[in-house]
Design a protein around this ligand. Structure first.
Ligand code: CA
Ligand code: CA
Ligand code: CA
Length: 368
């Protein structure tokens, strides 16, 4: 398929076929293009797998606006998923004829070339905000000079239940004002993924004109806080602010994992200086399996996450992964990490019976 690169793009370095090696997802104007890491440096390292055209927003027409992708295990089934917002028209349903739409599905589904399903976004009176004045499909370009114009969701578990929630810019249909909002990942038996997103307007009440927000662990305690940029006055005046996560779920455990390459970023010769512990490895997959109590028994929970998968426009991802374990016991049955290797085989490693000494534990994993 002939295609041009989308701007802003949403390209990603992520294991699409679950073989342990990170593949490449390229976003064009018409479709997602999937490139497989075949690991053969001599002949070809990446081979084109297939292209998957963007879905239809209404029954007859394809989506005019396709937002950026975000990768997480949204339904905690141990398989990585992808989600992206989309709109039938540039005004994203201002007249109320269309609800905010998020397409979501397992990466396996994308790999097989199947179109994602819509998941419900329960956000009465709100729509996605697209600060663009171009009608060129999938190209969100604004001449208003606002650098934060993209339709970009970011994932993080704000309420510590393990299910990744979203931060995304939305607009009140009543006032026309746009601000960042939190969409909570909630159960929904009517959707194939079993999940829906529920707007939490009270969290951001009174925080108007916010143009960008990201999850960030300000206190290094495993709880995801929020950093936010607000527009102040006309033009390009911005200020940065922070929200502290006050979720009081004291029995919730966390695992914070960072996968490092072991490659020094400056002098590693030792001596009197402290030796740096390495640099972030992008595109790696981290998974765990554990038991979570339900009524009188336990249920098995599996989840996966990927570290720094995107170079996308303002993707602003954390260099580590935080797994919210909810009301779980203080151990993981197993944690496993897959690291892309130049050979055809990925480097995988598993740690059985990971015991979390404190409520919030950080694990540094070094691959050489
Ligand atoms: Ca792969
Ligand atoms: Ca999943
Ligand atoms: Ca959550």
């Amino acid at each position: 398929m002939e295609d041009e690169l989308r701007f802003p793009h949403s390209n990603a370095f992520i294991d699409l076929d679950a073989d342990g090696n990170a593949d490449i997802l390229v976003t064009g104007k018409k479709a997602f293009h999937l490139w497989q890491d075949v690991g053969d440096k001599q002949v070809e390292h990446f081979r084109k797998h297939k292209s998957v055209t963007y879905p239809q927003c209404r029954n007859t027409s394809s989506c005019s606006v396709v937002g950026q992708s975000v990768f997480a295990d949204f339904n905690l089934d141990g398989h990585l998923d992808m989600a992206f917002p989309a709109c039938a028209s540039l005004d994203c349903g201002k007249e109320g004829e269309e609800e905010p739409t998020i397409f979501m599905g397992p990466l396996k589904q994308l790999w097989n070339g199947e179109v994602f399903d819509k998941v419900k976004v329960i956000a009465e009176g709100w729509k996605f905000h697209v600060d663009a004045d171009s009608s060129d499909r999938s190209t969100l370009y604004s001449s208003k000079g606002n650098v934060y114009f993209g339709l970009t969701p970011r994932a993080g578990d704000i309420n510590l239940d393990g299910y990744p929630d979203l931060l995304i810019r939305m607009e009140s249909k009543e006032t026309g004002k746009a601000q960042m909002q939190v969409l909570l990942n909630v159960p929904d038996s009517s959707s194939k993924m079993g999940r829906a997103f529920l707007l939490q307007p009270e969290i951001m009440e009174g925080i108007e004109n916010s143009t960008l927000a990201v999850f960030y662990d300000l206190y290094e305690n495993g709880m995801e806080d929020i950093l936010m940029v607000r527009e102040t006055g006309e033009g390009k005046q911005f200020e940065i602010g922070a929200f502290t996560n006050k979720t009081k779920d004291s029995d919730a455990y966390f695992a914070k994992v960072i996968v490092l390459s072991g490659v020094c970023y400056h002098d590693c010769s030792g001596g009197n200086i402290s030796v740096p512990y390495g640099t972030n490895l992008p595109g790696q997959t981290i998974c765990y399996r554990t038991q979570r109590p339900i009524e009188e028994t336990f249920t098995e929970i599996r989840a996966c996450a990927t570290q720094l998968p995107q170079t996308a426009h303002h993707s602003l991802q954390l260099p580590y992964t935080i797994f919210g374990l909810g009301m779980a016991p203080n151990f993981l049955d197993v944690m496993y990490v897959n690291v892309t290797d130049a050979s055809s085989h990925s480097k995988g490693r598993a740690w059985p019976q990971v015991r979390l000494k404190e409520r919030r534990s950080t694990m540094y994993i070094l691959f050489f």
